[in-house]
Ligand binder design. Structure first.
Ligand code: NAD
Ligand code: DAU
Length: 354
């Protein structure tokens, strides 16, 4: 049985990756390593937790000794690394936490993999370290153009700087030690189990509760949205078929200005909640812009499409509708993750534009 370590598997994207791999590969043993920060939630994995090829390990990737021991106990055949601090706004208030988790945590995993896989007596055949990264490392686009795998790194937020740094470490371990690694850089994901600090689930939560929907600046920033299950499928394809040492961009060719996306969401939710047309749009509240806010992201994923045959499966309107349906059907999940400290962080913190 192949042993695959997935880090951050209790988070938003990680839980979809764990679910896909546990169900699709019964001959793999999937180990989900997660610290269970505010963003990690075992509720996201209730449907797979009893499967014989799944095991949860609570642990911290920043603890080097623990990580080394874990690798020597389990001799993993591969790693898909998703654990990270992932929210740009939080990185602006607490950059060091992002350096420690995203950079030091990644280097701890690289070291442990190197010590086990590259040891002269290693018996592990064709191991692979897959680092899951973001398009934000490329910085910001103007009105036109796309990020390709050759776009120069130009991160602007502490989050994207920490992810860029971790990408560089992964490449450095490939170049220096020949650690067999592969990287992907993906655009904005949306879908079920998304923590409601990010734009789409936050807006769904606020619309549902008739609370203001905070839109940063004038809402003119553009993001390229991809359904999370399509990202998980891309990760599967790249893990199995991607070329060692390569990078693959993942994106949906699906650009939306924030304000247009929010208006569409309001329309869908008015219909679903039986509200008057235009009622939810009345909740839109323009607030002070995010510091260093990147204007536009757009991914050219033609390398992944041509070389590995992946394509996104869903139109955005359909994906968004499915996402809204999921949140409306999973009230308990939403209530659980928005109790406790949530209110302190997400209610009343925004400065309204004058
Ligand atoms: P998330 O915040 O929902 O989940 C992160 C997970 O990592 C959580 O379960 C958390 O408990 C865990 N974690 C955090 N610190 C840890 C530590 N020290 N040790 C062990 N586990 C720890 O994030 P996400 O949105 O699912 O993103 C997953 C990965 O994908 C990240 O690396 C992120 O940079 C990348 N990514 C995200 C997007 C997106 O749109 N969300 C897009 C491209 C790339
Ligand atoms: O591009 C990939 C990245 O996408 C990932 O690497 C990050 O982990 C993920 O969080 C996401 O980053 P963004 O900053 O783009 O996502 P967020 O949902 O925070 O914001 C999306 C856009 O909406 C962005 O332009 C900021 C804006 N925004 C966000 C929030 C939370 C608002 O206008 N209001 C809000 O309340």
């Amino acid at each position: 049985m192949k042993k695959l370590l997935i880090t951050g598997g209790a988070g938003f994207i990680g839980s979809h990756v764990v679910r896909l791999f546990v169900n699709k590969y019964p001959d793999y043993k999937i180990y989900n390593l997660d610290k269970l920060t505010y963003a990690g939630n075992l509720e996201n994995l209730r449907d797979v937790e009893e499967k014989p090829n799944y095991e949860f390990i609570k642990g911290d990737i920043t603890d080097a000794k623990f990580i080394e021991e874990l690798f020597s106990i389990h001799s993993f055949d591969g790693v898909i690394h998703l654990a990270a601090e992932s929210h740009v706004d939080r990185s602006i208030s607490n950059p060091l936490e992002f350096v420690i988790t995203n950079v030091v945590g990644t280097v701890n995993l690289l070291n442990a993999a190197r010590h086990i896989w590259l040891a002269p007596n290693s018996t592990i055949k064709n191991p692979r370290f897959y680092h899951v990264s973001t398009d934000e490392v490329y910085g910001s686009l103007g009105e036109t153009g796309f990020f390709t795998e050759d776009t120069k790194y130009d991160p602007h937020s502490p989050y994207s700087a920490s992810k860029a740094s971790s990408d560089h470490f992964v490449r450095a371990y490939f170049d220096t030690y020949k650690l067999p690694a592969v990287i992907s850089n993906c655009s904005n994901n949306y879908g079920s189990f998304h923590f409601p600090e990010k734009l789409i689930p936050l807006a769904i939560h606020n619309i549902k509760n008739k609370k203001p929907i905070p839109v940063y600046g004038k809402g003119e920033n553009v993001r390229d949205w991809l359904f999370v299950e399509d990202h998980a499928r891309a990760i599967d394809v790249i893990y199995h078929k991607g070329k060692t040492g390569e990078t693959y961009n993942i994106g949906g060719h699906n650009e939306w200005k924030n304000i247009d996306l929010i208006r569409l969401l309001c329309k869908i939710m008015d219909e679903k909640l039986g509200r008057k047309e235009g009622e939810s749009a009345g909740l839109i509240s323009f607030v002070l812009d995010r510091a260093g806010h990147d204007l536009r992201y757009a991914i050219d994923s033609s390398k992944l499409q041509k070389e590995l045959g992946w394509t996104p499966s869903l139109q955005f309107e359909e994906g968004l509708e499915r996402t809204v349906d999921w949140y409306l059907a999973n009230e308990t999940w939403l209530n659980n993750v928005t109790s406790g400290d949530y209110k302190k962080y997400y209610e009343g913190q925004y400065v309204k534009r004058g």
